[in-house]
Design a protein. Structure first.
Length: 81
């Protein structure tokens, strides 16, 4: 059996589930400010495919990179944490 290439994984919080089989996940990461050194949070939103359509707003999920599924969807929900 062939093994896949390593795929990026992120953990984030669902902020919208109004679309059909699609959720919007906000992924936050902490980084140090380049000049001042203070720890700050940066966040991005990702559109993720949710085949079961059972994920609710506020749930923490793990998403994995996948092939483009639509104009904006490049991630899929792997599990609910």
């Amino acid at each position: 059996m062939e093994s896949r290439n390593n795929r990026k994984e992120n953990i984030g919080v669902v902020i919208s589930n109004k679309m059909d089989r699609t959720v919007v996940v906000e992924v936050t990461r902490k980084m140090r400010h380049p000049k001042y050194g203070k720890v700050i949070e940066r966040s991005k939103t990702c559109y993720a495919h949710d085949e079961s359509d059972a994920v609710e707003i506020g749930q923490k999920v793990r998403i994995m990179e996948t092939r483009p599924l639509s104009k904006l969807k490049r991630w899929r929900v792997v599990e609910v944490l």
